[in-house]
Design a protein around this ligand. Structure first.
Ligand SMILES: Nc1ccn([C@H]2C[C@H](O)[C@@H](COP(=O)(O)OP(=O)(O)OP(=O)(O)O)O2)c(=O)n1
Length: 132
């Protein structure tokens, strides 16, 4: 009985997410939702760093398939149908979600790591000429 209501609660949370339109979703929010997603399904033991890395690489492959053999694609994808764009959004999301989850199970703060890397990039590639 407790198990059933836990399932119902998890399911209704999923439905709520469907109706949430947020423009300022944070990495922490995604991290916490993914942790919950795995926990309520009893998937934590499968979400090891190596498994998540392989899943991430698989999703990068699925993302690549969308662009495969298409030739160069204009920015903004003006010629793509809405269902093609939706598919692209799903594959990009799978990559992002596995990346966020991988960082989490590795004990890394991905947002902080990315900000530090941006600073490092700026030192490595200094601005020599300002664009007009
Ligand atoms: N063990 C798992 C399986 C799935 N997911 C989540 C993360 C991804 O966002 C999505 C991936 O689901 P699928 O493996 O079903 O992959 P696709 O959605 O790409 O489906 P398909 O491969 O059929 O296109 O589900 C997860 O966190 N842990």
């Amino acid at each position: 009985m407790a198990c059933v209501s836990r399932r119902q609660q998890a399911q209704s949370e999923v439905m709520e997410q469907k109706n949430t339109h947020s423009n300022n979703v944070t990495l922490e929010e995604l991290r916490d939702k993914l942790a919950e997603f795995a926990q309520v399904r009893g998937w934590e033991e499968f979400h090891s760093p190596r498994n998540l890395l392989l899943a991430l690489v698989g999703e990068v492959g699925e993302l690549s398939e969308i662009f495969q053999w298409k030739g160069e694609v204009a920015k903004g994808l003006p010629d793509w149908s809405s269902s093609d764009k939706e598919h692209l959004g799903e594959e990009l999301s799978d990559v992002l979600l596995y990346l966020v989850r991988l960082a989490d199970v590795c004990g890394l703060d991905l947002g902080q790591a990315a900000l530090r890397k941006l600073v490092k990039n700026a030192y490595k590639y200094p601005i020599t000429e300002l664009p007009c």
